[in-house]
Ligand binder design. Structure first.
Ligand code: HEC
Length: 183
């Protein structure tokens, strides 16, 4: 008996739903749920000077909590002295984070193993250098960090791609590639 009444209600509901016209708004039973006050990406908003409702950038000079602006600039001497808080830490946690960012951002040019043979390297007029060379082995961690943060020559900055809190892990991952390099 119970099952039958469920079935009847079910059929009635299906019938009601079938009646709804997709081009017209549904009957709003709980109206708050239908009209969200959120601002959509690309939405015009006259309350902002630039009218870019959903695409506001943070006000100038604001920094996330805990963020230390990179003040070293292109100074290799200062970069050399920049301390790696994860120095020598080759734990899975550190290396897997580094690997994730390396393979997402750097591998296309510098190659999976850091040989400078990434998938787009052959198309580039200025070939990306290998990172497992004696030159980079001899660099201080802070110098690699500097290149990620500021770029170098024809390589742009990856500061917006690799969050500050994960950048040293990429340095350690490059150290790992250097240590395990077969060539
Ligand atoms: C679009 C290609 C490209 C990507 C992606 C890229 N690089 Fe580079 N990288 C280069 C090129 C080209 C150079 C050489 C630039 C120069 O000195 O003119 C370079 C130089 C470097 C150097 C210095 C090497 C040396 O011998 O002087 C390091 C270190 C480095 N990149 C690390 C990274 C890391 C880490 C990432 C990822 C966060 C990355 N690169 C992403 C192209 C790239």
């Amino acid at each position: 008996m119970k099952l039958r009444s469920y079935l009847i209600v079910g059929v009635m509901m299906a019938g009601l739903m079938a009646c709804s016209d997709k081009d017209k708004p549904n009957v709003e039973l709980i109206q708050d749920m239908m009209e969200s006050p959120s601002v959509r990406a690309q939405e015009y908003d006259e309350t902002f000077a630039d009218h870019a409702g959903g695409a506001q950038v943070p006000p100038d000079h604001t920094v996330p909590v805990g963020f230390k602006p990179y003040r070293i600039g292109y100074d290799p001497v200062l970069a050399k002295a920049d301390k790696n808080p994860f120095a020598g830490n080759m734990s899975d946690e550190v290396l897997l984070t580094g690997q994730k960012y390396y393979e997402t951002n750097c591998m296309v040019c510098h190659g999976q193993k850091g040989h400078g043979d990434g998938s787009i390297s052959s198309k580039m007029p200025n070939k990306p250098p290998a990172l497992v060379t004696d030159k980079i082995k001899g660099w201080a961690d802070g110098q690699i960090y500097q290149v990620i943060s500021m770029g170098q020559g024809t390589m742009g900055s990856y500061a917006s791609h690799v969050p500050q809190k994960d950048r040293w892990q990429v340095v350690n991952y490059i150290r790992h590639l250097q240590k395990t390099d077969q060539q």
